[in-house]
Design a protein around this ligand. Sequence first.
Ligand code: NZQ
Ligand code: ZN
Length: 385
Amino acid sequence: MLNFDFYNPTHISFGQDCIAKLDAFVPADAKVMVLYGGQSAQRTGTLAEVQKALGERQVHLFAGVEANPTYEKLMEAVQIAREEKIDFLLAVGGGSVIDGAKFVAAAVPYTDEPWNILLSGGADIKEALPIGTVLTLAATGSEMNNGSVITRKSLQAKLPFHSNFVFPKFSMLDPSKSFTLPERQVANGVVDAFVHIMEQYLTYAVNAPVQDRFAEGLLQTLIEQGPLALSQPDDYEVRANLMWVATLALNGLIGSGVPQDWSTHLIGHELTALYGLDHAQTLAVILPAMMQERRTPKREKLLQYAERVWNLRDGDEKQRIDAAIAQTREFFESLGVKTRLKDYDLEQAAVEAVLKQLEEHGMQQLGEHQDIDLAISRRVLEASL
Ligand code: NZQ
Ligand code: ZN
């Protein structure tokens, strides 16, 4: 029986030139910190567009939020925001900048050591500065959710937190902003969104046909539009569809009331923390091996996925599941995202290192049944080599 709360307070403005609407959404008297990444926001002109839209407001620019944003860098922003009495944060970038802004938002009023935000998974956040976002990369869904993933370089730890206090108040989604992305980031975005849907869909049946069919539709849209985004890089409509899929993939809707997995993500985070693989690269490596390893507990959903998403109807159950896993791997490879650890020059030593990290971070009960222990994670990692 379905039983859930669905809460999502983020306003979305979608479409070309929607950045101009910032003026209506940021309080006129706000002291704004604009956070952005390395160079792209400046190079592409998006930062200038944002500054123009903010008009006469007091604005403090904070540059240099890294891909896989770090606690070390973000604490600089926390200090400045406290000193300057910043009262609104505007993230201009992809998931990393948005996640970074969420951390700063929660850390500024936090009275304890801010790393505890990650150690508590966000549970003890009592307040946060308001955030808005201008999205430049379709992938994470961070623009419309309450999650954030932060890396502490000194500990080689990459940990998530969640809190309803860090939902963006609004997000500006202008698909044309994604035209300047390198191919690798476009492909990463497709894979990340795909795996977000899978982590909420490929579990066990709970008679939730709305969530299932919504998830299947989003997966099929990615399978259709993802390759087009690479082959027709100037097509606005393709980019628009991709951006909206990625947002809907992780805004809470398809995950409401259904079991969720997230084991692929949590193992993947360790690979990024240790070896710097892009987030989506880790997912493309782990997911096919995880599907293979979990084919018995996930049997019913794997068969449904095979039939409804890949239209696989021939052969016995084993053949259909094999084919669905193979199609998933081929899809990632077709986008240019590699699916083996050895493609990233990682060998058995990496398996051991990831297992050690999982143990240190208490990741011994993963998956929708909390039964993916270190022995199972080992098999998944070894199958990913
Ligand atoms: O730093 P700059 O110069 O801005 O370059 C960025 C970055 O190097 C570049 N980029 C972004 N927009 C661009 C652009 N380049 C040209 N044109 C543009 N329009 O792209 C690079 C990657 O950006 P990043 O923000 O790191 O990518 P993504 O959006 O994939 O975010 C990944 C991060 O999000 C976390 C991941 O773990 C990772 O740290 N995730 C957050 C989630 C959430 N909050 O719900 C869920 C996800 O599962 C994920 O874990
Ligand atoms: Zn992800």
